[in-house]
Design a protein around this ligand. Structure first.
Ligand SMILES: Nc1nc2c(c(=O)[nH]1)N(C=O)[C@@H](CNc1ccc(C(=O)N[C@@H](CCC(=O)O)C(=O)O)cc1)CN2
Ligand SMILES: Nc1ncnc2c1ncn2[C@@H]1O[C@H](COP(=O)(O)OP(=O)(O)OP(=O)(O)O)[C@@H](O)[C@H]1O
Length: 198
């Protein structure tokens, strides 16, 4: 496991992103299948009627099997869609099973913006978040854009509001011993990897 204590957040991001990007294709495929087994039959996933996921990028663990399962089970699937203004914000928009996508400014595919298909984040049952690093205390290090943190900022004023459930998704090699939490960081309920729950 990576010792984060003597690295800056930027150094830690660089190291962890390189590690996950360099995972061989076969390891990526195996990890995606193992992640699916960790979650597909879990009550948190089974009970959720609306689930936000992401499309894997930059070596992230790939949740496409969960997206497919969610659609097959009649769940509503949502993806983050960047807003052009303000540039630091994103919304969650429903994804159809065979919808056409277009790359956003980071090169990540996303649905074409359509206000009618967007939902307020606090009405979702479950959010599966991409991350760069995680610890076992709900700490999450993201890409550094603050997109998820900003979307979840309402939580600071709703300490007893437990919806949606927040689960980070990661390769087990993305675990660090302890992440320093900024005051805007919203803790995860857990992180799920190819190897288990943390
Ligand atoms: N798959 C996936 N989708 C996601 C996220 C994510 O982390 N993973 N996001 C989670 O927030 C949002 C996008 N956030 C991002 C933030 C920074 C970079 C990025 O690659 N930055 C470049 C430099 C910036 C640039 O190209 O202008 C870099 O750091 O190399 C990508 C996505 C929404 N969608
Ligand atoms: N609730 C918030 N309100 C205003 N600014 C915020 C908020 N949350 C985060 N930010 C800003 O976003 C920047 C990036 O935050 P941080 O490094 O925690 O992002 P991240 O969690 O790694 O990224 P992401 O959530 O996009 O994956 C910070 O510099 C911070 O100023």
């Amino acid at each position: 496991m990576i010792d984060a204590s003597n690295l800056t957040r930027a150094q830690l991001r660089r190291t962890l992103r390189k590690t996950r990007r360099e995972l061989p294709r076969a390891a990526q495929r195996k990890a995606a299948a193992a992640l699916y087994r960790q979650l597909a039959q879990h009550p948190v996933f089974r009970r959720a009627r609306s689930v936000a996921l992401y499309l894997a990028n930059d070596g992230e663990i790939d949740p496409h099997l969960l997206i497919r399962a969610a659609h097959a089970r009649g769940k509503q699937v949502f993806l983050p869609v960047l807003k052009s203004w303000p540039r630091t914000s994103m919304v969650f928009q429903r994804l159809d099973a065979h919808e056409k996508l277009a790359a956003n400014r980071f090169g990540i595919p996303e649905p074409r913006r359509n206000a009618k298909r967007q939902r307020k984040i606090w009405t979702l049952d479950l959010i599966l978040l991409p991350l760069v690093g995680f610890d076992q205390h709900g700490g999450r290090l993201g890409m550094g854009g603050g997109f998820y943190d900003r979307s979840l900022a309402y939580r600071a004023l709703r300490k007893n509001w437990h919806k949606p459930t927040l689960l980070g998704l990661a390769h087990s090699c993305q675990q660090v011993d302890q992440l320093a939490m900024a005051n805007w960081d919203v803790p995860l309920d857990a992180t799920v990897t190819d190897g288990g729950w943390y």
